[in-house]
Design a protein around this ligand. Structure first.
Ligand SMILES: *[C@@H]1O[C@H](CO)[C@@H](O)[C@H](O)[C@H]1NC(C)=O
Ligand SMILES: *[C@@H]1O[C@H](CO)[C@@H](O)[C@H](O)[C@H]1NC(C)=O
Ligand SMILES: *[C@@H]1O[C@H](CO)[C@@H](O)[C@H](O)[C@H]1NC(C)=O
Ligand SMILES: *[C@@H]1O[C@H](CO)[C@@H](O)[C@H](O)[C@H]1NC(C)=O
Ligand SMILES: *[C@@H]1O[C@H](CO)[C@@H](O)[C@H](O)[C@H]1NC(C)=O
Ligand SMILES: *[C@@H]1O[C@H](CO)[C@@H](O)[C@H](O)[C@H]1NC(C)=O
Ligand SMILES: [Zn+2]
Length: 291
């Protein structure tokens, strides 16, 4: 026992000391700091916005991205406070442990933002397609997101949450800059890491997924957006009330409550499908998703 621990500790000391004969010299020390720069020197804490964005575009994007951080931060805080005691947590994430959802929000708030770029110069020409509000550049620039004029004209501030007819279940998640940009960030590999993806599409599928098999829910882009919007509405905008909108019962196996016709602009969808690149697909409202 004593002998064993003696051997163990001398071995540990030997491992911790730099080997004097090492030709690598000082580099054999695991952490050689020069004493000038802190460990996180060069951290990028603000989302980079390209010079192609003019003053108003930059300002709107900054405000929108700040609201994305506000939305994600609150979603994380709600989970940390309530875990699975939250009815809203259970509605969207079923019986899943909470750490993956917490991390999916935290990386948006606190993750390094170096490898992300928002630009306004329409480099792929996709903004010319009617109804397109922006797109991820796919293989043309995996870290880059283009924001088109339509976004600046239509996306709303979180301050209007629960007003102007918005409900979580019946309105599009991209009503707000905050959720729209959250979605776009999850497509960027530095944030979504090709792990957060689209498994359920739209409110009904998201709620069904949590009930039937919630395994993928905590890394499902739409689920994360709907959850963040609903807890923000319930906790912050109209405390204790929110604006969840019409709730459907999905308990019958028939599941006859077929999707209420989405208010989405079929004209937009129809007019864009022709121009979609091979590795991409569009969602309602002309959002482009590329793989
Ligand atoms: C090791 O550190 C000393 C003192 O800081 C320096 O003079 C020497 O060049 C270093 N050697 C190597 C191989 O980096
Ligand atoms: C920025 O560009 C948009 C779109 O072209 C335009 O509507 C807006 O007026 C511009 N803002 C300024 C300050 O020039
Ligand atoms: C966004 O948030 C950052 C950090 O809090 C702040 O410095 C910046 O002024 C904000 N931008 C706008 C447009 O509010
Ligand atoms: C919440 O999680 C705890 C710990 O995993 C578990 O024991 C409990 O049954 C869960 N409660 C609900 C309502 O899901
Ligand atoms: C990438 O660039 C090519 C050539 O300009 C274009 O045809 C394609 O649509 C672009 N892809 C995306 C996702 O915008
Ligand atoms: C739930 O979904 C996961 C991921 O698709 C799958 O691996 C698992 O087998 C499913 N579980 C059940 C009980 O269907
Ligand atoms: Zn998407």
């Amino acid at each position: 026992m004593h002998f064993f621990s003696l051997i163990l500790s001398s071995a540990a000391i030997a491992a911790a000391l730099p080997t004097p004969e090492s030709s690598e010299g000082n580099q054999s020390q695991p952490f050689s700091q020069n004493g000038l720069a802190p460990w996180d020197a060069g951290a990028v804490t603000q989302f980079p916005i390209h010079s192609s964005c003019n003053a108003t575009q930059r300002r709107q994007l900054e405000l929108g991205l700040n609201e994305t951080v506000t939305l994600a931060q609150h979603a994380k805080d709600h989970i940390l406070r309530w875990r699975n005691e939250s009815e809203i947590y259970k509605k969207y994430f079923g019986d899943r442990p909470s750490m993956e959802a917490i991390g999916s929000f935290d990386i948006v708030v606190n993750g390094d933002k170096k490898d992300i770029l928002f630009r306004c110069d329409n480099p792929d020409g996709n903004c010319d397609n009617e109804g397109w509000a922006g797109h991820w550049r796919g293989t043309n620039g995996t870290d880059e997101t283009v924001i088109c004029d339509l976004s600046y004209e239509t996306r709303r501030s979180l301050s209007t949450m629960c007003g102007l007819g918005y409900t979580v279940s019946e309105s599009e998640t991209n009503t707000f800059w905050a959720a729209d940009l959250l979605h776009r960030l999850y497509h960027v590999s530095a944030i979504g890491q090709n792990w957060i993806d689209h498994f359920a599409d739209g409110y009904e599928e998201v709620v069904d997924q949590a009930k039937k098999n919630a395994t993928l829910s905590t890394r499902d882009s739409e689920t994360l957006q709907y959850f963040a919007l609903e807890v923000y509405a319930y906790d912050i905008s109209v405390p204790g009330v929110g604006c969840a909108g019409v709730q459907h019962e999905h308990d019958e196996p028939e599941a006859t409550t077929s999707q209420p016709a989405p208010t989405a602009t079929t004209t937009d969808a129809a007019s864009t499908t022709a121009d979609v690149p091979e590795n991409c697909h569009t969602h309602e409202g002309g959002e482009l998703h590329c793989t």
